[in-house]
Design a protein around this ligand. Sequence first.
Ligand SMILES: Nc1ncnc2c1ncn2[C@@H]1O[C@H](COP(=O)(O)OP(=O)(O)OP(=O)(O)O)[C@@H](O)[C@H]1O
Length: 304
Amino acid sequence: MRVDVMTALVSFERVFEVLDLEPLVREAPDPVDLPDQAVSVDLDDVTFRYPSAAEVSLASLEQGAGDRLGGSDVLRGVTFHVGPGSLVALVGPSGAGKTTITSLVARLYDPTSGTVRLGGVDLREASNRSLREVVGMVTQEAQLFHDTIRANLSYARPEATDAELWEALRAAQVATLVESLPEGLDTVVGDRGHRLSGGEKQRLAIARLLLKGPGLVILDEATAHLDSESEVAVQRALDSALAGRTALVIAHRLSTVRGADLILVVDEGRIVEQGRHSELLAAGGLYAELYRTQFSEQPTPAAG
Ligand SMILES: Nc1ncnc2c1ncn2[C@@H]1O[C@H](COP(=O)(O)OP(=O)(O)OP(=O)(O)O)[C@@H](O)[C@H]1O
């Protein structure tokens, strides 16, 4: 992944913005298609370090250099299993490695050692096309292209009919807004177009995700404060987007951690605790502490 690493660094932001993923790592000669459904996610003893700037420039000149030079490991011995259709919440202090885990699951990078599998297939063996179809991402800063709403949505599925676009808009709680615009689906949005609120942009991004229909959703939950009406609408939209899919959520909301099938507590690049909300709360460890400091919208029952 010599030159690809450079591409990765340059387009990392953009990749996250556009939801659909351009894999930045090398495809195997005889790639395998990932299953076209809710997939399991398995990380087995994953270690990862980001390539340094020096490595990237050297590696682009000299094959193999990137494998020899090193920064520090940001993930160490990460192992977990997520069943198909489960909702997994990643929690942990800032810089713990949550985003990095999601980047490996989306194969923006390959692990330094260990394996990442979706639906049992090692991502190094997976076809880029099926990876793009199976993995969908929604980030905090939902970005739209400076183009019409129709173009922004169709990007996810060019063959979608208007009826399908409206169905996705309804499920994403944003159809009423689009109907109210004089040019409807043909309204130009984005930086210089019709101005949308943060919540509206997120819901359009969710509509795009619904059209794509990925088996795995990676979601970076909003920390930004939305007004409460918008918050409820976004939450409803997300509920329909996550139903029937595997979801990996970088969680900031109490309702998400409470409802998660599995919570992975990440600290300094390791999974330090895993389990459900009540178990982890009772264990009285890092999760219980994070719960008090990061998720304390309600009084904490006596824990541990
Ligand atoms: N592209 C990158 N290149 C080099 N180091 C990086 C890169 N992205 C993240 N890191 C480093 O990797 C470590 C883990 O970061 P990561 O973003 O995965 O943490 P996080 O748990 O998602 O944090 P936050 O909650 O603040 O988003 C940090 O030390 C961070 O500085």
